[in-house]
Ligand binder design. Structure first.
Ligand code: MTE
Length: 364
């Protein structure tokens, strides 16, 4: 009995400090660690509400005191080391504000599985992921390229002078989640990478990385480390389990840039035809969405949709990282106007001329 008491006393609920969540905005995929999709209704606006943005945690949410927090910058090449507080960052570097989609590498895993068969999510709680692991947010913070250039000037210069990738930047969160991204991506001004401290003009919420997170527009959400605690530079990608075993393509390479994407969020059928709405996002190309076309005959004929470019806000970005909403109307021929089910499909084309493929590309 003594032993039993001891065990009871020492059992700690590591999830007892989880933040309060507005669960009505989420389709919960897993409770502990919390994992959710944003419900489709909440994706139908240019910017998603902070409390509605999908959450993907790998551990309990760390609670961080802003005053005590600093970020450790080190190098795996030499013994360079420095610490910067949030104040050092905000005082020392220009604040930037950009609209960017954050999207999990697993978004639409169920669609991928339906078209390509078994994927990395098959048999896990992620296999039913629909379209909601994505959202467009107004992020503010300091330019990650500026910060890295001031801390690692030699490596950044070398990287800028070389054709091939030389360095990787490793990011570690206070929950010990760690991953890396090539330095070349972060240094490219078109990518507008941030150390973000605000979402939609207020401090990051605990679930989304308070007080500071990495935000790499166009790159898989998995690389956008929350509760950022340390940064290091190295010649090899991070060896953390998250980086070595997860968020990989079938050939074992790391998923970084995301592909062109368009998603139908809702549809309404009347006697005259079908009206639909959705969002399109150019992923890691920094291009803008040129058009989104819709079809009710499986892609034999396509009709253009109307892009809601009027909603797009000015920001400090050099490339396009936000989504654009589209609305489409497809008049129905009489023979289609009966009771039969109608399947609507959409396809985005970006300003580089890239067209979304018919099914997600199978990576070999
Ligand atoms: N950063 C830390 N420190 N811990 C995490 O579990 N999850 C990653 C990434 N950054 C994660 C993290 C994954 S897989 C995704 S998709 C995004 O954060 C999700 O960000 P969000 O929860 O703010 O939507």
């Amino acid at each position: 009995t003594n032993y039993d008491e001891m065990v009871t006393q020492e059992t700690v609920d590591i999830y007892e400090n989880e933040p309060k969540r507005k669960l009505e905005y989420h389709k919960t995929l897993a409770q502990q660690p919390f994992e959710s999709e944003t419900i489709s209704e909440e994706l139908s606006s240019y910017v998603v509400k902070n409390e509605a943005l999908y959450v993907r945690n790998h551990a309990p949410v760390p609670r961080i005191d802003l005053e005590d927090h600093s970020i450790n910058f080190s190098s795996q090449i030499d013994d360079k080391m420095s610490n910067l507080s949030i104040e050092d960052l905000t005082q020392g570097f220009k604040t930037q504000c950009i609209y960017s989609v954050l999207q999990c590498a697993g978004n639409r895993a169920s669609h991928d599985q339906a078209s390509n068969g078994v994927n990395g999510f098959t048999g896990t709680s992620g296999e039913n992921i629909g379209v909601g692991m994505m959202g467009n947010i107004k992020w503010s913070g300091v330019s990650a390229a500026d910060v890295l250039q001031s801390i690692y000037p030699r490596e950044c210069l070398e990287e800028l002078l070389q054709e091939e990738e030389l360095y990787h930047v490793n990011f570690v969160g206070a929950d010990e989640y760690e991953t890396s991204t090539p330095l070349s991506y972060i240094l490219d001004p078109l990518n507008d990478c941030l150390f973000a401290m605000k979402m939609n003009d207020v401090a990051l919420t605990p679930d989304h990385g308070y007080p500071i997170r990495v935000l790499l527009p166009g790159v898989a959400g998995a690389r956008c480390v929350k509760w950022l605690e340390s940064v290091s530079i190295s010649k090899k990608p991070s060896k953390s389990p998250w980086n070595r075993h997860y968020y990989l393509r079938k050939d074992g390479s790391h998923i970084q840039q995301l592909p062109l994407q368009s998603i139908l969020l809702s549809g309404n059928r009347t006697e005259l035809g079908v009206s639909v709405e959705g969002v399109a996002y150019s992923g890691g190309s920094s291009a803008y969405i040129e058009k989104v076309v819709v079809s009710v005959d499986g892609g034999v004929t396509w009709l253009p949709s109307e892009l809601r470019r009027d909603e797009i806000q000015n920001d400090d970005s050099h490339g396009f990282h936000g989504w654009v909403r589209f609305v489409g109307f497809i008049p129905l021929a009489e023979k289609l106007a009966g009771d039969m089910d109608i399947e609507v499909i959409c396809r985005a084309i970006d300003s580089d001329g890239t067209t979304q493929p018919e099914v997600s590309l199978q990576q070999h």
